[in-house]
Ligand binder design. Sequence first.
Ligand code: FMN
Length: 334
Amino acid sequence: MQTAITEMLGIRRPIIQGGMHYVGLAELASAVSNAGGLGIITGLTQKTPELLAKEIARCHDMTDGSFGVNLTFLPTLSSPPYPEYIAAIIEGGVKIVETAGRSPEQYMPALKAAGIKVIHKCTSVRHSLKAERIGCDAVSVDGFECGGHPGEDDVPNMILLPRAADELKIPFVASGGMADARSLVAALAMGAAGMNMGTRFIATKEAPVHDNVKQAIIAASELDTRLVMRPLRNTERVLKNAGVDRLLQIEREKGAALQISDIHDQVASIYPKVMIDGDMDAGAWSCGMVVGLIHDIPTVAELIDRIMVEAERLIRHRLVGLLDQLETPTMKVA
Ligand SMILES: Cc1cc2nc3c(=O)[nH]c(=O)nc-3n(C[C@H](O)[C@H](O)[C@H](O)COP(=O)(O)O)c2cc1C
């Protein structure tokens, strides 16, 4: 299937694997790219630009397809050396960068000079328009249901995607709540040129995380995520667990006076405990409401093939089939 996004990124299928801390390693990114989508290595999971350079080289060894690197500009206590991470991306021959968090504006000249396509992840139409204005090539529009940071506007994708389609000139992919062929076909119908998935890709054979994480995703329903850090205006959607219950209790006790230091134990250094050790009660880790739609652990190729085959069936049979029953109203076109 060719869309504006497959053509821009040089991929066969309009499916992107979003950057995920401690999940977006070469194993997963290369599997997605080998299956015809766009795999993405999570830049900041690599503690130094040198380690990122090694991870990029490892991914090149595992796929001949295009893959990208995610650079997240989120409030962190010590700011990472972004220019050096960008140098590692450029020297590693990576041609696609997914940016997220704050605006990538100050890094656009370096990225564009290196011929890199920039996809900025946005949770609102106004941020998407800003991304378009500063020269981003595409936007990943992340609705309120998404795993990770949904922003503070709380607009779900049934509204956000058509709004983005009405306003944007650059292509965009739908992100948040995407799991299967139904998601892809709906996203295309709402004006997107493809879809970005996070949580769904964790429950795959190649995702390099502890099996407890995959089992927790399968066991969870769409009711099992929680929003944390709202009082800090750094909202994150996470999977409910004992650490998250404690975090929410602290948030209730502190109210508007909450400081990040109050919840340090529930949010700092949690990812290696969950993703590597499989300690599912350690604290807050991102997870989307889409867990309610995830019931198996296929290989990445099985997942992507299944989505594409079922999407074709949905379009050819269900949607085109509906046309036969359509009574076309006479419309006056202005
Ligand atoms: C475990 C996990 C870690 C994530 N880490 C990052 C990250 O480091 N940077 C980023 O931009 N997005 C991150 N995300 C967000 C994803 O890239 C993607 O936008 C989101 O998962 C889409 O929503 P979905 O989970 O409903 O598919 C993460 C998501 C998950 C589930």
